[in-house]
Design a binder for this molecule. Sequence first.
Ligand SMILES: Cc1ncc(COP(=O)(O)O)c(C=O)c1O
Length: 405
Amino acid sequence: MADTAPSYDAVAEATTPAATLAALESAYGLGLYAPRGITLVRGAGAYVWDIEGRRYLDCTAAYGVASLGHCHPAVVEAIGRQAATLIACSGSFGNDQRAQFYAELGAVLPSGLKRLFLCNSGAEANEAALKFARLTTGRHGVVAAMRGFHGRTAGALTATWEPKYREPFEPLLPGFTYIPYNDTAALERAVTDTVGAVILEVVQGEGGVRPGTAEFLQAAQRLCCERGALLIVDEVQSGFGRTGTFFACEAVDLQPDILTMAKGIAGGFPMGAVAFGERVAQPAIGQHGTTFGGAPLACAAARATLQVLRETDLPGQVARRSSIFFEQLRAIPSDRIRDVRGRGFMIGIELTEPVSPYIAAAQARGLLVLNAGPQVIRLLPPLILSEDEIADAVAILTEVLCAGR
Ligand SMILES: Cc1ncc(COP(=O)(O)O)c(C=O)c1O
C-alpha cells in the first residue's frame, strides 16, 4: 500500500464518521462498485440502518443474500455457537455440520440430484458445474442464453452474455454460443454433438428479471438428454424459496443434471453449492476442490437457514405474498412503467426510461432497490417481507414513479 494512503485517524480529524468511512472506501477500494452514497452499519429483519441512524426498508437483501432478513436470530445463534466450537475444517476431514447439511440439503433438492460440492459463491458453483460437464462429456461446447448472468470467474464469465462484462477479458473459454432466451428453435439448432452443457437460469435475474417458459426449459432438458449434453440450471439467485417454490425449477417441472446455488443458501453467510445427478461422472480424488468450501461455520449457518425455510414454509409464504405485491405494483398509475414481471420475490419493474434517478429517489425516501440493466428496477426483498412492508415499499415506489416530470 502506498505510504501516502490515508489512515482512519488522519481522515477522521477533518470529517464526520460517514464521510470518513466513505473517503477510506474510496481511497482503498478498487472502485468496482457504483457507490450508493450511504454507509450501512446494522440490519434487522427487512431493515438496515446507515451510520447516521437512518432506517431503510431493504428490497435488495444484499443482492438476494439475506433471505431470512438481516441477522435472523436462528442464523446469528448458529454462527455464534459454531464459531465457538469449530470454524475451519478442510474437506479431507469429516465434519458433523457438513455431513448433516449434506443430508438436509439433499432432502429438499429436486429429484435425481444426489451428490453435492460445497464452495463459497455463485461463480465458483458455476465454474465447478462447467468443469464437471466437460469432465463427464469430454466436450467443450457450451450453450448459454443471451442476457444470462453466471458470475465473474473465467468459465462463469464466458457463460455470461453481457458483452461489457466479458469483452475486456477476452480471450475467455472457447466453444460457447449464446441463444435468445425462451427461443426453443434456436436451442434445437445450438445443441450439436460438440456441446457438453447447456447452462440456463430459470428466471433471468441480472438480465432484466425474465422468467423462462416451461416449454423452453423442458426442451433444454430433453435436448440435453437426447444429444449427450448436461443441463446446468443456475439457481444462484432464484433458489431457496425466492420464487415461491423451494427451487424455481420445481414450478416448471425441470430436472437438471447439475443445479448451482449460492446467495440465500446460508442466510447471508457466504456459501455456494452444486448438486449433481446420475448422468454426471464421478471425479477422481483431487480433480476439483476448494480450501474454504463446506467449512463448519458456513454449514451451521446454512443448516439454520434451511430449518427456518422449511419450518415456516417461507417459499409458500412468498408465493402468497408475492401475488399481493404484484397486484399492488401493477396498480401504480405511472405511464413510466412498461412492465411488471418476475416470480415470487424476484420482481422486475421495467420503465420506459433509465431507472437510476428513481432508485436514488426511493433511497432518499427510505427504500433500497436494485437495477437489472438500465431500465429495470429489481426487487429482491428478504423472504420474510410482511404485507405491511409490501404496502410501504409500494407507497414509496408510487410516490417516486408518479412524481411530476
Ligand atoms: C444467476 C446468477 N448466477 C451466478 C451469480 C454469481 O454469483 P456470485 O456473485 O456469488 O459469484 C449471480 C450473481 O448475481 C447470479 O445472479
